[in-house]
Every structure is written in structure tokens, then in C-alpha cells.
Write a protein that binds this ligand. Structure first.
Ligand SMILES: O=C(O)CCC(=O)C(=O)O
Ligand SMILES: [Fe+2]
Length: 286
């Protein structure tokens, strides 16, 4: 195989899930409407101008993963009203409902992160995102996280489109390290998104240009009983979160986990109450 399957935005969910199950990743063309991409991109260009490339971390592993000329930043719900529309995208939520809800009563946002691969950047190390929760990321295991890499600018091989090893989520040995030649580039037009399971091996491609930036939005969800990569409520203050729909507040960690009829499990509480109740907060929707 030398490319991932592309499906159209209005294809039935079963086609999307079928391709995802076979390859571990699938490109949905024009997942975002052009005006939404334009609004979000303009917010992100403004934010990106305030960030330096590379990381402050002294850790070599973090430096390699981050990228020397790559800009990354989060707090997107505070930085862009358009982000909420993407966070609640019905296609993504339908995929997350199907793959994650069999293993949890709710899921939350894991990353809402801009990954802006800069000119001359080297290829990122290949990895599985689910290795964040390594004991659970085993051959034959279940999905703990699913992601969408949205192309906010066109993703081409030259610009550093994400590279994926199709079928690697089904391998029976997760210690095998694939060669770069086993990867395919997730080439797609701005507004499209690559939905993939955290069990699929992938990594950002090298940016071979001298003057162009690849704007990618990495949005992912994780089982509600696992710790997400980003501490979202600390990155979105209540003043911003209170204006969001209740579903977005839950995804961003402003609600407790649980509340399934007949189940006393409650996680992420304050004084054993739901977060806004205990903190005396009211939202525009209460
Ligand atoms: O930027 C990309 O294309 C992929 C980045 C990635 O996989 C990651 O940072 O986990
Ligand atoms: Fe990744």
C-alpha cells in the first residue's frame, strides 16, 4: 500500500470505521467547511506568531519528539471560538462514541494541540500515541485513544505530512520498529482530517521546504478514566469555558466523570461534587 484510503465527508460512518479498522488510519476529505478552516487558521496564525519554535525542555527525547523548528501550543479553546466547533465535530464524536464508549462511560479531550512543522524540520520518531498508557497498549488490546490530525494548511510530503504505517495497529508484536520505507504520507487538502487509532504507528514527516510551515491540529480523545496528556481545565479558564456548550465543558475536564445510572463511580470531583457545582460556578447554559 502506498497511500491511505480517502473517504468523503458524507460517506456512511460504517465506511469510515471499516477503513479505520483495516488500516488504523483513514483520511476524511473536507471534514471541515472552508469558512471554519479559514476562521480557525487565522486565529492560529495570530497565536503562532507569539511562539518560538522548539521546546524549552532540556530532555533530548522531548526535543526530538517536539521538533527543533516546530511550533506547538495548546489552550485552543481560549484562543479560538472556532476550535469549539471542531472539538464537537459530529463525525469525530461518532467515531469516539463507537470505539471508546464500550470501555468507559465518557471520554475527554486528550490533546487539542497545534503542530506547526517548520522549514527544514527532520522527521519525528515513529510512535504509537497510546504508548502514553503503555500497559494498556498491547497487541490485540482495545482503543484507549483516537485522534484526528486536521490539515489546516495542505498536507504534502514535502511539507511534512504525517507518516503512517498502515495496519500497524494489528501487529502481534508491538516491539517491532518499522523502517521509514514502511510509512505512507497522509497527503490531504486543507480542511481534511486523518482519523487514526492510538495503536497505529505514525510520526510527523520531514519538512523539506526552506520557507513554509505545515499547520496541523491534533485533536484526540481518551477514555475518561485515564489521565489525558493536556491538563485542559488549567489551560482554559472558567470565564472562557462557561460560554461553551455543556458537552465541550465535559470534554475539557470541567465536569466530573461518571454519573451513569446505577453506578456510583465518580472521578475528578471536588468535595465529591461535580466540578462547577463544588466551585460555585455557573455557566451560560445552567
Ligand atoms: O505532526 C504530526 O504530523 C504528528 C505529530 C505526532 O504524531 C505527535 O506529536 O504525537
Ligand atoms: Fe503522535
Amino acid at each position: 500500500m502506498n497511500s491511505l484510503q480517502h473517504i468523503s465527508n458524507d460517506a456512511p460512518l460504517s465506511s469510515l470505521l471499516g477503513a479505520l479498522d483495516t488500516d488504523g488510519a483513514v483520511i476524511v476529505d473536507q471534514l471541515l467547511a472552508p469558512d471554519l478552516v479559514a476562521r480557525f487558521r487565522s486565529d492560529m496564525e495570530r497565536a503562532a506568531a507569539t511562539f518560538d519554535h522548539g521546546t524549552q525542555s532540556a530532555d533530548e527525547g522531548v526535543q526530538q519528539f517536539w521538533g527543533a523548528t516546530t511550533k506547538r501550543f495548546t489552550r485552543l479553546a481560549s484562543r479560538s471560538a472556532a476550535f469549539t466547533e471542531i472539538l464537537l465535530h459530529p463525525t469525530l464524536l461518532a467515531v469516539a462514541d463507537t470505539l471508546l464508549l464500550p470501555h468507559c462511560s465518557d471520554y475527554w479531550m486528550n490533546t487539542g494541540q497545534m503542530m506547526i512543522v517548520g522549514p527544514g524540520e527532520a522527521a519525528q520518531g515513529l510512535h504509537r500515541d497510546a504508548d502514553n498508557w503503555r500497559p494498556l497498549n498491547q497487541p490485540g488490546g482495545f482503543d484507549v485513544t483516537i485522534s484526528c490530525m486536521f490539515a489546516i494548511t495542505d498536507f504534502t510530503t514535502e511539507l511534512g505530512a504525517t507518516r503512517v504505517v498502515p495496519g500497524s495497529h494489528r501487529w502481534d508484536d508491538y516491539t517491532v520498529r518499522p523502517s521509514a520505507s514502511a510509512t505512507v504520507a497522509a497527503e490531504m487538502a486543507a480542511g481534511s482530517g486523518m482519523i487514526y487509532t492510538g495503536r497505529a504507528i505514525h510520526g510527523a514527516g520531514a519538512n523539506l521546504t526552506t520557507d513554509q510551515w505545515r499547520f496541523g491540529l491534533h485533536l484526540s480523545y481518551v477514555l475518561g478514566w485515564l489521565t489525558p496528556e493536556e491538563a485542559s481545565p488549567l489551560g482554559t479558564d472558567w470565564a472562557a469555558a462557561s460560554r461553551l456548550p455543556e458537552r465541550a465543558q465535559r470534554l475539557l475536564g470541567w465536569r466530573c466523570y461518571g454519573a451513569v445510572p446505577g453506578d456510583a463511580t465518580r472521578l475528578w470531583t471536588v468535595d465529591y461534587e461535580d466540578v462547577p457545582v463544588a466551585l460555585g460556578l455557573t455557566s451560560a447554559h445552567d
